[in-house]
Design a protein around this ligand. Structure first.
Ligand SMILES: [Fe+2]
Length: 432
């Protein structure tokens, strides 16, 4: 590996892709996982207050130095957490420098803050960008020499020497980062900037705190987009061939909850706290489901579209979800299990008609909460056909070199990616 460029992730290298496919094929997987990974989850009305007991039972008073990591928007929630920390005489400090999608230079900046403050606990309060940045900050604080382009589940990272506990308090309901080993950052050295994926068991937060008060005021677009992210996690993971009995149960449960509570959460916002609470839980159920299997190809396609046209992650992966189900249906019948979940009557219907009905049900659901299922219908930003086609090489390149591509259940070539992007322009049914 010594001759490989330091600033290219391993998953982009043909050699690594060849190795993975040679060892595993792309259709066997659970043996890779070896253990079930999740954070301990605190939820309900006592969720936030449980933090004081957790820390005071594990750290002596003089060890309780807590760095709260937020962005500009979620900084406002820090005071509630500090109140809890003050009750156990913990020393706390807020760093609110997280930027959307975690540009690498911000990680270095925060690691420097850590070296001065020497926290024993990191508390990430925010959406995916904040929680994912906190994971990377922990790596760079523990090991300043670590190369973030090389964090891909191999070997040990040697974490939890300085930071004893990583705690995630989500302020959106979708990413699932609060219970997963994954972190998405942004490599600003690419033009346009490109997603950089980190994935390692040591990055799973120790505690996820589901404090509904922090998500209740999410605006409708964010509710819809993050909710679609969770739906894509559970659905994409279910139809992939990486699942096992535990993740199957989780993914199905998550889909059911999302179909029931996301429309309410989108429509009524803070007025429907039950829906907010249920979506928080559905998100972590989906997080455990996909975090212990694999997301679908919608995530590679969505990462690419999102980066090239500066669009929300969840909105983009939701857009590609029907294509993922249709594309994966060529190698597996797992999608049939989803028919009753999506309310599709499956008795005495031939395969093609049944799949069409399921895809329509998924599209109808996405449309019911004002999401999009093809690019031409996206209203913000409006993308012209010319602009889209002019960028199609880049879209293909970014999808093909995304971390998701490494483990997609159906081998996907450059030309196949191109075709999916072409079909996604005006919503054509996948027929290849
Ligand atoms: Fe996602």
């Amino acid at each position: 590996m010594e001759n490989l460029p330091d600033n290219v992730p391993l998953y982009e290298l043909d050699m690594v892709k060849d190795l993975i496919s040679a060892i595993l094929g792309r259709a066997s997987a659970q043996m890779m996982m070896g253990s079930f990974r999740t954070a301990k989850i605190f939820f309900g009305i006592t969720a936030l207050n449980q933090l004081s007991g957790f820390i005071s039972n594990r750290l002596e008073k003089e060890e309780r130095r807590i760095l709260l990591i937020t962005d500009d928007f979620t900084e406002k929630f820090a005071s509630q957490v500090i109140d809890v920390l003050n009750s156990i005489d913990a020393e706390s400090k807020v760093w609110s420098g997280v930027k959307p999608e975690g540009p690498l230079h911000t990680i270095e900046e925060a690691a420097e803050v850590c070296r001065e403050f020497k926290p024993t606990v990191l508390v990430a309060i925010g959406g995916g960008s904040v929680m994912d940045s906190a994971k990377a900050i922990m790596i760079k604080y523990e090991n300043p020499e670590a190369n973030l382009y090389r964090i891909l589940g191999l070997g040990g990272l040697g974490l939890r020497k300085k930071v004893k506990f990583l705690i995630a308090i989500p302020t959106t309901s979708g990413t699932g980062s609060e219970v997963t080993a994954a972190a998405m950052l942004t490599d600003m050295g690419r033009d346009p900037p490109k997603k950089l994926t980190l994935n390692h068991g040591e990055l799973v937060p120790d505690i996820a705190i589901l404090h509904t008060d922090f998500v209740k005021d999410m605006p409708p677009f964010l509710t819809m987009a993050t909710g679609l992210d969770a739906l894509a996690h559970a659905t994409g993971a279910y139809v992939s061939t990486w699942g096992g009995p535990i993740t199957d149960a989780l993914n199905i449960a998550a889909i059911k909850e999302i179909l029931k509570y996301l429309p309410r959460s989108y429509k009524y916002g803070a007025k429907d706290l039950e829906a907010r609470e249920k979506m928080q839980m559905a998100t972590v159920i989906a997080g455990m489901g996909f975090g212990n299997s694999k997301v679908g190809i919608d995530h590679g396609l969505g990462h690419s579209l999102g980066k090239v046209f500066n669009m929300h992650h969840g909105f983009c992966v939701g857009l590609f979800l029907p294509y993922t189900v249709a594309y994966t249906a060529k190698i597996s019948d797992r999608w049939k299990d989803l028919c009753p979940v999506f309310g599709v009557e499956s008795n005495r219907i031939e395969r093609k008609a049944l799949l069409t009905a399921l895809l329509q049900a998924i599209k109808d659901f996405i449309h019911s909460i004002d999401g999009a299922v093809f690019v031409k219908e996206v209203k913000d930003p409006i993308i012209s056909k010319e602009n889209y086609m002019d960028n199609i090489d880049l879209l293909v390149n970014y999808a093909e070199t995304d971390a998701v591509d490494l483990l997609v259940p159906r081998w996907t070539h450059k030309e196949t990616y191109r075709k999916i992007f072409e079909y996604a322009w005006d919503g054509r049914d996948i027929d290849f």
